[in-house]
Design a protein. Structure first.
Length: 454
């Protein structure tokens, strides 16, 4: 069941404390433009009085110099207020020296924000608010057999705006993890049933997917060294001893959620970089680097099963004339149209890449000589029968077919597979130039004799 929730994240509540009215107005306007609920103050005492009363905020921004106290004094007193121990506090300063930044962080500020022109400051404020919104949207799976402890956890995390889903047993937690996405698991290490909290930890860490790295915070009623070591050995990222301290729990939960979000961001960036590394920016097709990666795998599969493997090279005829007469933009449009045309004539198992310039390569599993020749002709006709970006063009195609002898159980080495791939591509390229030399707008197919090698 869901103990606390905010179905839609509320606006980020910000306390802005700055003696400079003009600068305060600029920052307040930028924050409000991003949807933040801003409470602005010109003095430290009035801000502390409001925060000690009914005002609840998610983050505090304070300028270095205030008329009634320094920023460090305000921070010290703020940390003594209920809920203030884990409140993010950002120092705003015009001093860009590294020594000040390090001193402020050492003093307990969460971040240091440099005063700048609005257009330079806006992205930093936007990122600050986005991090806070991400924290509010976090989903916590609480595995706890005590209703009292579950209610205390939900109450402690309520100021963070996180959603807490509570289950009683470890096996229920495993089912939830299969069904929904969570940012953190909080688990009591002593649970009734066949699977204990420690067993749940081991089950999560032994997975073979991204959930194996999902952060886990362990609850324990025994503050013993051996118990702590066992929890950490099983894979707990952190632990809290019962009875829980609300400020401590919020701090540890916030840290683990930020870690998980950062890990996900790194994974997304890595996946994007990997896609970009093997994708041709102009046509959206894969590039030759993907061919270098997947090609040897297809070679090994063909070698092992004795199935044919065909490599094709396709090149637009007189493409230089297109660029010379119509410009490079039109030439790019032609290549994009050709890429889409080729996509329509390949199977899911085929590898189609832009090899370079106006040259495209295909690697086609299970195509013998006759089928490969017919397929090459279909591709040639597909190019010639309809204009590309409004221009009537033709293509020449060279194909090389390799029919290996079946070698069940045998496996080609990575070096052998790469050499065969290169040999197939060289053979196909040779056939392409034979097609060009014979007048263009035609296909030439050759059956490789033996094992092709570069």
């Amino acid at each position: 069941m869901v103990e606390t929730a905010a179905s839609a994240a509320p606006p980020v509540r910000v306390a802005l404390i700055d003696a400079n009215a003009a600068a305060r107005a600029v920052v307040q306007g930028l924050l409000q433009a991003e949807g933040a609920d801003v409470h602005a103050f010109g003095h430290g005492e009035e801000a502390l009085l409001a925060l000690a009363g009914d005002l609840r905020v998610d983050v505090v921004l304070v300028s270095r110099h205030l008329p009634d106290m320094g920023a460090l004094e305000l921070l010290r007193r703020l940390r003594q207020l209920p809920g203030g121990a884990v409140l993010p506090v950002v120092l705003i300063t015009g001093d860009a020296t590294e020594s000040l930044r390090l001193s402020a962080l050492e003093g307990g500020f969460t971040e240091v924000l440099l005063r700048a022109a609005p257009e330079q400051l806006a992205p930093h404020l936007r990122a600050l608010l986005r991090r806070q919104v991400d924290l509010q949207r976090a989903r916590i799976l609480l595995v706890e057999d005590s209703p009292t402890m579950a209610a205390a956890t939900a109450e402690a995390l309520a100021p963070l705006g996180m959603e807490v889903e509570h289950v009683l047993r470890a096996h229920e937690a495993l089912e939830r993890l299969e069904q929904q996405a969570f940012d953190l698991v909080i688990v009591d290490v002593v649970l009734p049933g066949v699977l204990t909290g420690l067993g749940l930890l081991s089950a999560i860490r032994s997975r073979r997917d991204d959930l194996a790295e999902l952060p886990v915070l362990a609850y324990t009623g025994y503050d013993e060294r051996a118990r702590r070591v066992e929890m950490l050995r099983r894979g707990a990222n952190d632990y809290v001893t019962k009875p829980i301290d609300a400020d401590e729990l919020r701090a540890r939960v916030s840290n683990l959620v930020r870690y998980w979000r950062l890990l996900q961001q790194v994974r997304r960036q890595h996946a994007l970089m990997m896609r970009q590394a093997v994708t041709d920016a102009l046509t959206g097709l894969h590039n030759r680097y993907l061919l270098d990666d997947l090609g040897p795998r297809l070679v090994r599969r063909a070698w092992r099963g004795g199935e044919p493997l065909t490599a094709m090279m396709l090149d637009l005829d007189h493409f230089k004339d297109v660029n010379d007469r119509h410009g490079h933009d039109r030439g790019d449009q032609v290549l994009q149209a050709l890429a889409q045309r080729l996509r329509e004539h390949v199977r899911p198992e085929d590898v189609l890449v832009r090899y370079g310039g106006e040259e495209f390569a295909l690697l086609l599993p299970s195509l013998g000589p006759q089928v490969a020749a017919a397929h090459a002709e279909r591709l040639r006709q597909a190019v010639a029968q309809r204009p590309l970006a409004g221009l009537a063009l033709t293509a020449s195609i060279g194909a090389c077919v390799w029919q290996p002898a079946p070698t069940p159980g045998a496996a080609a080495s990575a070096e052998e597979a790469t050499a065969v791939l290169r040999g197939l591509l060289v053979c196909a390229d040779r056939c392409l130039y034979r097609a060009k030399g014979a007048g263009r707008d035609r296909s030439v197919v050759e059956v490789a004799q033996g094992v092709p090698r570069a």
